[in-house]
Design a binder for this molecule. Structure first.
Ligand code: F6P
Length: 468
């Protein structure tokens, strides 16, 4: 049935760890995809009167760690009205699929992170990893084919699973499929790092879906340009920026944990104003240049020393990859350099504590979001919902969310230009109260104009639109 829905993604809404007694302990899955898609599916379940009981919707996700693999063997579970099936694949194939192809190759190409003089460098092991990527995608397509009822709708999420729609088009042509990309897409020159065969397979796999969606028009244009250059027939495309559920993040902001962190932040900041950033410890987030720009701000405006504290909440990400370990060291070193120069002006926290991150966004006077490139950037929307001080948003025009929030009142923080970023921070710290309030309310209105349910509805409509 068309209304039956199968969603597919690498991370699922629930993940498991094995506790000391050998029991499985469930917790909410991590990451931005979960915090946007989870509420959208829960709202759909509530609207269908399913409440906590799983109904027609199924979410297929990878069994990532040991706990997930054990849980996968016990069969599907219910999570907020959705039936969740964790799919366990060969562990070596999974590492090649996730680390080598998804994170080191596609992520780097889509975000323009390669240092082309040295990376990527695609030896035999890379070609083997590509075969593993294909085979994991095939396994996901087979799982969908098992789960999906006749004529059901299937939405495949994120760069890990680009090829699922191509396999389904062959095996289950009755299904209405869409792929949704949570990352940027790159222009043909960026995709040229892939061997021609893999490049074609990637584009044909994406084009095998009934429709392909993006958070921003610029990524849609880049994808269409890649299809045109490779001579791959482009599928129907759509743009649907993800939305944040105000109740979800607002609930955390109203909670006791957040209140405790707010009290600690008040003590830490004292009378100083707070510049805040909240990110994964991630190369594309541009944390190092953010600190360098703050250093320049203090150099050019020494009157701000002692007046402003930069609180950076950078929680761990992809720690098994050497590129991420090196980036973390660079972030810590740059924060230390700035503090050596000016005293304790940068406060960097590197553990994962979501209520503390939300407290930081509540208390911020300025929020810096300066990625070198970002599919959307959900923090820019979250801060607009929870902030209590009319924070000024300094936002990279290279973030997909710029298309929604740039015009609405964010200040441009050009990601590679330290002078431009320092100027944006200065303007954010010195503008009058009326302008701050006006910009913050316009950013908030734009950030909350759509709901997660609207976002999901656009995906369903795109998947079900007749081809042609
Ligand atoms: O934004 C793309 C994405 O893959 C999200 O789905 C995910 O939340 C985030 O990056 C973090 O990636 P990972 O799942 O590798 O931790």
């Amino acid at each position: 049935m068309e209304d039956d829905l199968v969603v597919v993604s690498n991370r699922g809404p629930v993940s498991y760890r094995v506790d000391d007694g050998g029991d499985l302990v469930a917790r909410r899955g991590a990451g931005g995809l979960i915090s946007t898609l989870g509420p959208a599916l829960a709202a759909r379940a509530r609207a269908a009167g399913r409440g906590e009981a799983a109904g027609a919707d199924t979410w297929i996700a990878a069994a990532i760690g040991e706990g997930d693999r054990k849980a996968a063997a016990n069969g599907p579970v219910d999570s907020q009205g959705v039936r969740v099936r964790l799919l366990a694949v060969d562990e070596d194939d999974y590492r090649a699929f996730y680390d080598v192809i998804s994170n080191q190759t596609l992520w780097f190409a889509y975000h323009g992170l390669d240092n082309r003089s040295l990376t990527p460098s695609l030896g035999r092991s890379w070609h083997d990893a590509w075969e593993a990527y294909v085979s994991v995608n095939r396994a996901f397509a087979a799982a969908v084919a098992e789960e999906a009822t006749d004529g059901a709708t299937v939405i495949v999420h994120d760069l890990h699973l680009s090829l699922v729609g191509g396999f389904l088009a062959q095996d289950r042509p009755d299904l209405a499929t869409a792929h949704f990309a949570h990352t940027p897409f790159c222009w043909p020159d960026g995709l040229a790092v892939l061997p021609a065969g893999a490049r074609r397979q990637l584009l044909e796999g994406l084009a095998g879906h009934g429709a392909v969606g993006f958070h921003a028009t610029r990524w849609e244009r880049a994808f269409l340009a890649c299809c045109a250059e490779a001579g791959v027939g482009a599928p129907s495309t759509f743009v649907a920026p993800a939305a944040v559920d105000p109740d979800d993040v607002g609930g955390v902001a109203a909670g006791d944990e957040c209140a405790r962190h707010l009290a600690q932040l008040d003590e830490l900041a004292g009378d100083r104003r707070l510049v805040v950033r909240v990110d994964r410890m991630e190369l594309s987030k541009n944390v190092v240049r953010g600190f360098s720009a703050f250093d320049l701000l203090l150099e050019e405006h020494p009157e701000l020393v002692g007046e402003v504290l930069f609180l950076a909440c950078c929680y761990p990400s992809r720690e098994s990859l050497p590129e991420y370990a090196a980036y973390r060291r660079a972030v810590v070193a740059e924060a230390a350099r700035v503090n050596d120069r000016w005293g304790p002006v940068v406060h960097l926290v590197t553990d994962d504590d979501f209520p503390r991150s939300v407290a930081a966004l509540c208390r911020a006077d300025v929020v810096l979001v300066n990625p070198v490139r970002d599919g959307l950037n959900i923090v820019a929307k979250e801060q607009a919902i929870v902030n209590r001080r009319h924070a000024a948003l300094c936002l990279s025009p290279q973030a997909g969310v710029w298309e929604e929030l740039g015009e609405a009142g964010a200040l441009a923080a050009p990601p590679f230009d330290l002078v431009g970023t320092a100027d944006a921070l200065h303007r954010a710290l010195t503008m009058g109260a009326d302008e701050r309030a006006d910009r913050a309310s316009r950013v908030r209105a734009a950030a909350t104009a759509r709901t997660p349910a609207d976002w999901l509805a656009l995906q369903l409509t795109a998947a079900r639109r007749p081809a042609g």
